[in-house]
Design a protein around this ligand. Sequence first.
Ligand SMILES: *[C@@H]1O[C@H](CO)[C@@H](O)[C@H](O)[C@H]1NC(C)=O
Ligand SMILES: *[C@@H]1O[C@H](CO)[C@@H](O)[C@H](O)[C@H]1NC(C)=O
Ligand SMILES: *[C@@H]1O[C@H](CO)[C@@H](O)[C@H](O)[C@H]1NC(C)=O
Length: 258
Amino acid sequence: MAADHPNTPLLIMAVFIPLLHQFSSETAAATTFTRSRAAYYPNSSENGTAAGACGYGSYGSTINGGDVSAASDLYRSGVGCGACYQVRCVNSNYCSDNGVTIVITDSGASGGTDFILSQHAFARMGQTTDAGKSLLDLGFVDIDYRRVVCNYPNKNITVKIDESSNYPNYLAFVIEYQQGTQDIIAVQLCETVSLTCKLLDRSHGAVWAVVSPPSGPLSVRMLLGGDGDGEESWVVPANNIPASWSAGASYDTGIQLN
Ligand SMILES: *[C@@H]1O[C@H](CO)[C@@H](O)[C@H](O)[C@H]1NC(C)=O
Ligand SMILES: *[C@@H]1O[C@H](CO)[C@@H](O)[C@H](O)[C@H]1NC(C)=O
Ligand SMILES: *[C@@H]1O[C@H](CO)[C@@H](O)[C@H](O)[C@H]1NC(C)=O
């Protein structure tokens, strides 16, 4: 868990505030596919696992209609949480051209795979329901994958306060409905009155945490980057987390990235 670092730098944020129109960071999906293998979770015919390493809880099981996956190398110590990939199997007897788009919500490997899909997602790589059942019978399949845009048209990026939080001493949260093709590579928690910010620790997976969080309305700023073009930009939410935040609550940032 996060330790209290008294030396964590407090950064004056004024220089980092970009203009909102610069957030239209929709980059095209990676054009090239990478060959790999995929397996699936047992007991996941509708949804993935709510105990995924990303720490998303039930969101990590049901997001994207249950088309979710564990990743091995692509998990990247949690940086890969929330990333979307197009995954298509390559057996022309069974597999559709487009395959399925999944969201990474867990970490795991099985027999040299890059992905362990929910059964729901795995079967959706089939051309038909019957072809999907045949794929499930195979257990492991060869696949091609590439990073694609995460798209949640009716959702703003949302800060979900983790149940482990303890107001006002310990604040942990995940960021839901991460959009676009970029990673969230850093997060700052800013006091909205003094405009001083604290760089947070990635506790585990997609969970950001801070001991002794600042009081008052709080702004969760996200550094997006890591999609290969070297561009990084801070995103400033429209809405703040209220001073009286509570464990388990969700707070809408008021922004979308697509
Ligand atoms: C998976 O399903 C089997 C059979 O229904 C059950 O015995 C087992 O407990 C389930 N495991 C999990 C992790 O849900
Ligand atoms: C899958 O998730 C949906 C939406 O949350 C839920 O209604 C359904 O009961 C879940 N299915 C299983 C088998 O847990
Ligand atoms: C997203 O945030 C905007 C404000 O920035 C708000 O008008 C809109 O209703 C929000 N959308 C959803 C789906 O909550």
